[in-house]
Design a protein around this ligand. Structure first.
Ligand code: NDP
Ligand SMILES: O=C(O)C(=O)[C@@H](O)[C@H](O)C(=O)CO
Length: 278
């Protein structure tokens, strides 16, 4: 099973559907990630703070797919935003995964209270220059944080991974990204399995299109130009989540899903303007 690709501003091509790995650890995690790769996932999302870069590396080594065919992402934790600490953390990520390079490395959260994310960004630029990572981006950055990166370094990220699902659709943030050549990557696209998929609007569209609610939601993301990284431990649902390229939602039905969003629709209320994660 194959996904479509999208080209980032710096030329790196990545699949429009990847695989999320938070909570996937140990031998069960290896099994889940390996099966995702065998099923056709080529973009895998991890983070230093998930403490599963070792699990991810093991799954890659066990899989029949070559390293060069995969787009592997990890993320810098908030406690390592100092320049030197950030570079060491990226090296540590690589040692944990036993990889020579990451394809994508992101600043996980801006942590605006300390406001050291520009320093961290300079370290990511240096990591790219040293060949430790191919492309650099951020996660959970608001326009105000992105503007500061641009002003102080002259370099904007190629991708911003943000919370995005029908209950919090990020319309204005996505517009900002489009205007600045930044790809939106949606985290928790299925609302973390916390009940969104049984919303009556999604159930009705599922019936109408003969697709599962998860496929309707992931297709909605795709038609909004967002990369998604759904997580599933089930090989069957992993395949289901990749199979969204044989149908199209009408403009009217896209609008119905857009209408489910509300300003307080975040899963755990993690507003990057104030939320801190170390
Ligand atoms: N940058 C950031 O700050 C953040 C990044 N992330 C990243 O985003 C990824 C995805 O988000 P995540 O929070 O994991 O949540 P998701 O929105 O991907 O939802 C995962 C949940 O949905 C269930 N599920 C998956 N597929 C289906 C399906 N087809 N039908 C019904 N249920 C389904 C899974 O259960 P089951 O396993 O049983 O299928 C699991 O409980 C993370 O794994 C992580 O990589 C997440 C949060 C924050
Ligand atoms: O999972 C991630 O990448 C996070 O950044 C976490 O904050 C996540 O949103 C979480 O686990 C919240 O409890």
């Amino acid at each position: 099973m194959e996904t479509e690709n999208i080209r980032l501003r710096d030329g790196l091509e990545i699949p429009v559907i990847g695989f999320g790995t938070v909570f996937l650890k140990g031998s069960e995690g290896v099994l889940a990630i390996r099966s995702a790769i065998e099923d056709g996932y080529r973009l895998i999302d991890s983070a230093y703070n998930y403490e599963n870069e070792g699990t991810l590396g093991e799954a890659i080594r066990q899989s029949p797919v070559g390293r060069e065919e995969l787009i592997i992402t990890s993320k810098l934790p908030g406690r390592y935003h100092d320049y030197d600490e950030a570079l060491k953390a990226i090296e540590e990520s690589l040692y944990r995964a036993q990889l020579d390079y990451f394809d994508l490395y992101l600043i996980h959260w801006p942590n605006p209270k300390e406001g050291k994310y520009v320093e961290a960004w300079k370290a990511l630029i240096e990591a790219k220059n040293r060949g430790l990572v191919r492309s650099i981006g951020v996660s959970n950055f608001l326009a105000e944080h992105l503007e500061r990166l641009d002003k102080e370094t002259g370099e904007l990220p190629v991708i911003n991974q943000i919370e995005m699902h029908p209950f919090f659709n990020q319309a204005s943030q996505r517009k900002w990204h489009e205007e600045h050549g930044i790809v939106t990557e949606a985290w928790s696209p299925l609302f973390r399995g916390r009940g969104m998929l049984s919303h009556e609007t999604l159930l009705a569209l599922s019936e109408q299109y003969g697709k599962t609610p998860a496929q309707i939601v992931l297709r909605w993301h795709h038609q909004h130009g967002a990369v998604t990284i759904p997580r599933s431990s089930s090989p069957e649902r992993q395949r289901e989540n990749l199979s969204i390229f044989d149908f199209e939602l009408s403009g009217e039905d896209m609008g119905k899903i857009d209408g489910l969003s509300s300003p307080d629709g975040r899963i755990d209320g993690q507003d990057p303007a104030v939320y801190q994660e170390f």
